[in-house]
Each structure stands twice: as C-alpha cells, then as structure tokens.
Write a protein that binds this ligand. Structure first.
Ligand code: ADP
Length: 522
C-alpha cells in the first residue's frame, strides 16, 4: 500500500470532496471518509480493494480503460460517471490526477470527485420547465404579448397572431400601442403605470387588429423581474371577449325589447280604453238624436235615418274592433278570463239564431238551423260563446253571395257538443286552412269584392273555444263550401248554474248588431 506523508493524510481526509487513490487501474489505494460515506461502505472495506466492489463488470472495464490511459499518458482528465449505490443511480464528476514519481512514471492516480446528481436533476427540471412553458406560451388559447420596459414588443405567441392579425416578425420592436385603439391609449398608459407601482393588473381594453377591426380584450399584466428586483419584461395576457360583450349587448337589447313590448301592451290596453270612451259618447248622443227625430214631425226625417244608421254601424264596427283588440291583447298576456257557468247551450244558440235571423234574411242568405237536441247544460261563458257563433255567422255572410245557403247545426258527438256552421260560399284553399286561425291573417283569394275585416275574428274564436277546453276544425273545398266545427266539452262544473233568467239576453240584439257591423253594408 502507498505510504503517505502525514500532512498529505491530513489534507486528504479533510477535503470537502470525495477523494480516493488508484494504485493501479482498478485497485483503490487510500480513500477518504467522504468516499466511504458516498459508497455507503467503511474505509476498510474499500482500501486495497478492486473497484468491482462498487461497480458492475461493464463499468469496471470502462474505468480500467480510462485509468490505464492516464497511467500510460500521464495526463489529468475529467469525466462524468454514473454509479449505482443501493439501487440508486448517482452521477459523479471525477477529476483524475496522475502522480509522477521521480523516475517520471505515473505511480498512482489521485481522484477528486463530486456528486452532481442533484445539480443535474435541477438542470433537467429547469430544461423541462423551460420546454413546458415555451410550449404553453406558443400554444396557449390566450394571447401572450411580452414587451420591454419601454413597452416595445419583444415576443408574441400564436394566439396573439390570430387575434390581432400581425405575424410575430411584424410586431417585434414595435410599440404595444400598435394593438391599442387610439381612444384607449391613455388608459393603457395608466394600466402600465399601475403595474409598475405594483397595483391591479386587470383591465378590459378596446384593441385594434391589423385589418383595422376593433375588438375588446380582457388583459392581465405582470412584471418579470430578476433577483435584484430589476424589471426585465412586461408580460400581458389577453383574451378576446368581443363576442361576450356582443352577446351581453344583445341580451341587454332583448331586455329592452321585452320592456318595450310590455310597455307597448300596456299602452295598447290604455289606448283601447281611450278609444272606447268617445265611442260611448257617440252612441249616447246617437240615442238622444234618434229619440228626438222619432218625436219630430219633420217630413224628411227618413233621410236622417240613413245617416244615423251609418254612424251607428260604423260606431259598432269600431267598437267591435277595439273589443277584439283588447281581447287578443289580454289573451297574449294571459289576462283574458272566461266567466263560465252551467248554461243551456241549445237555448243560448237558439236565441243567437233568432236575433240574427232578420239580418240574414235581409242579406238574402238561405239560413237554416238544425238540431235534434232539446236542452244541453254545459259549462260555458255565454257571452263569449255568443261572440264565437256570431263571428262565424258573420264570416259565413261575408264570404257568400245572395241565395247561398248557411246551415247551423248542433249535435252531440262522443262527449262533445258539436256546433257546425256550413256555408256554400267561396270556400278556403287547402294551403290557407291553418293560417286563417292566426292573428291578423286574412287570405287574399282573388275575389274582386273587397271584404271588410281585421283578421282577428277567427284567432279570437279559436282562443275562446280552446279556453273552454274545446277545439275548432275546418273542412272546406275551395269554390264550394266551408264548414267550421266548434267542439265544446259536454260537461258541467260544480259551482254555479246560470239559468236563462239570470243571464240577461237583453243586449243580445246590440251584440248582433255589433258582431255584424262588418257585413251591414255589403
Ligand atoms: P276577418 O275579420 O278578416 O274576417 P277572420 O279571422 O274572421 O278575419 O277570418 C280570416 C280569414 O279567413 C278571412 O279574411 C277569410 O279569408 C277567411 N274566412 C273566414 N271565414 C270564411 C268563410 N266562411 N268562407 C271563406 N273564407 C273565410
């Protein structure tokens, strides 16, 4: 074994490096405590032993070769080596220094080694992190804009290219303001100042793309500083929220639209009321005038009758329109209410028929009423059922010619009271048979005769029938006939029973006049 001078021994053992000596290419000479600790052995277990004690065969061979070379060439060499100790892999960096004896031959090798495993791991991690972050930077779904202290752009990712339309090469060294809408310059300056002062870094900005289009972005800005707190870069991350802002605007518009439509409905209900008031005044003055004329022995009072009749009828037409408008508005906003009670529907319809007979005769329509039922008490709103029937009769007159037939029939069918009104008029084309029940829908069937109407009647009729739990159907052959079938459930309700007496039919004649006001002068 190599003999060492005592001061060398001292140095050797107090070195803060792993130190050992090779007396030949594979055998250890003295090893220091650090070496023993590193190998998890005692000094005595290594000194004088072969390197095979701690290395596998393959490694032994490569160490041997390496050392043989140094013994031969006498040159100091450094190398990195992996060693497995207790199943764990370590990397050491070994500085191998040849010792030359007086004869100039290499007689032993001093090896100074350092465990660089942790350092290497750190390096690897750093590299991995760098790779990870650069791929995040590149592929992030957010725009990354990196600028220097003077806010000149120094880097920019793919999303930024997509949002702002500029290629990375085009923006490098240009000021950040390149992508800021002019009216937002001062805002941006303020944000940057705030960020420098360590304040909030979030803001929404109006930006501008390469093609001049404006967009809204949500920005988060942060400073990248070095160890000494010196600002190196400003990193700004943006998300294009133009669509979000657009949809918020849309929602806002919809809300306003809804509010407006509520206002419109309200206004409509009010104005309808306003329209009715003067109408009532017309009617009361008319009544007064009629009374006075009746008691006047004026020879030409018949002339007055004609004008009075026209005023009266047009008053009714207006009133009917206003009533219908009010009702469909109420139906639209769900405030239309039926007042249902148990009522004899046969009796009700008979009185409608009686009240309209004069009109129908005056119009030279061949009107018939048929039923094999004497009495059928069902739950219904008599006032509104009258409107339904009068509406259908008025349409039947409107779309027939003198001499045409109008047949009203009531029958009972599978738990329904079926009221059908058939006319031999112009009929309704197949493609129009559904739409005539829609609000404001009138169908132009190329008839030269202009017919009055608002297109509200059938939609109101349908709603009223459906609110009764019933349905309305239509069968028609264009040019031949139309038949409207109203089905009402043949059932009663528990609460009230309205009798013919308790229901006032007094105003029915007025109602007939009202409902027929469209056809009075055709
Ligand atoms: P209007 O007030 O215009 O009569 P309606 O809702 O009552 O409105 O009717 C809608 C349309 O249905 C009418 O314009 C007409 O084209 C058609 N229609 C209704 N009843 C008949 C009928 N008996 N014969 C032919 N067409 C009809």
């Amino acid at each position: 074994m190599q003999k060492l001078a005592p001061d060398f021994d001292f140095l050797f053992n107090n070195l803060n490096k792993i130190a050992y000596i090779f007396t030949d290419p594979v055998h250890f000479g003295p090893v220091n405590q650090r070496m023993a600790d590193f190998c998890d052995r005692k000094i005595s277990e290594l000194e004088g032993e072969s390197v095979a004690e701690i290395l596998n065969q393959k490694k032994v061979e490569s160490v041997k070769k390496f050392n043989q070379n140094i013994f031969k060439e006498g040159l100091r060499k450094s190398a990195k080596m992996e060693i497995e100790i207790n199943n764990q892999l370590y990397t050491i960096e070994v500085d191998t220094i040849p010792h030359h004896n007086q004869a100039g031959k290499v007689d032993y090798l001093l090896c100074l080694a350092e465990d660089i495993t942790a350092e290497l791991e750190k390096e690897k991690r750093f590299y991995r992190n760098k790779k990870r972050y650069s791929s995040i930077f590149k592929k992030a779904p957010l725009a990354f804009v990196v600028s220097d202290r003077e806010t000149n752009i120094i880097d920019w990712n793919e999303k930024a290219e997509e949002i702002f339309g500029w290629k990375k090469e085009e923006v490098i060294n240009r000021n950040f303001n390149l992508i800021v809408a002019e009216d937002s310059y001062s805002e941006i300056t303020e944000v940057i100042e705030n960020v420098f002062e360590g304040q909030k870094s979030y803001n929404v900005n109006k930006n501008i793309a390469k093609d001049g289009s404006e967009l809204y972005c949500e920005w988060n800005t942060a400073l990248i500083k070095d160890k000494n707190d010196k600002i190196l870069e400003i990193i700004s991350i943006a998300q294009d929220i133009s669509e979000k802002i657009e949809s918020e605007k849309r929602i806002q518009n919809q809300k306003e639209e809804l509010k407006y439509s509520e206002l419109r409905t309200q206004f409509f209900a009010n104005i309808s009321h306003e329209l009715k008031t003067p109408l009532n005044l017309i009617f009361s003055s008319l009544q007064l005038l009629e009374y006075k004329i009746k008691n006047t022995e004026f020879e030409q009072k018949n002339n007055f009758d004609k004008y009075l009749g026209s005023i009266r009828n047009n008053g009714f037409r207006l009133l009917r329109l206003v009533n219908n408008l009010i009702d469909i508005t109420k139906i639209d906003v769900n405030t239309f209410q039926l007042h249902r009670a148990n009522f004899d529907i046969i009796e009700l319809i008979k009185s409608v028929v009686e009240s309209s007979r004069d009109y129908l005769e005056a119009k030279s329509r061949n009107f018939r009423f048929e039923t094999n039922l004497d009495s059928e008490v069902i739950a219904c709103d008599p006032f509104n059922i009258e409107r339904v029937i009068l509406n259908l009769i008025s349409n039947a007159v409107k779309f027939t010619e003198e001499g045409d037939e109008i047949l009203l029939r009531i029958e009972k069918e599978d738990g329904w009271i079926k009221i059908s009104l058939r006319d031999t008029g112009i009929g309704i084309k197949k493609e129009n048979q559904d739409i005539i029940f829609e609000q404001f829908r009138q169908v132009d069937q190329n008839f030269n005769k202009k017919r009055e109407g608002s297109g509200i009647g059938l939609s109101l009729v349908k709603s009223i029938v459906e609110m009764h739990g019933g349905k309305i159907t239509l069968d028609s052959i264009y040019g031949m006939y139309s038949r409207f079938n109203v089905y009402l459930p043949a059932e009663t309700i528990d609460e009230k029973t309205l009798t013919a007496e308790s229901y006032s039919a007094d105003s029915l004649l007025d109602k007939v006049e009202l409902e027929f006001s469209d056809i009075n002068y055709i």
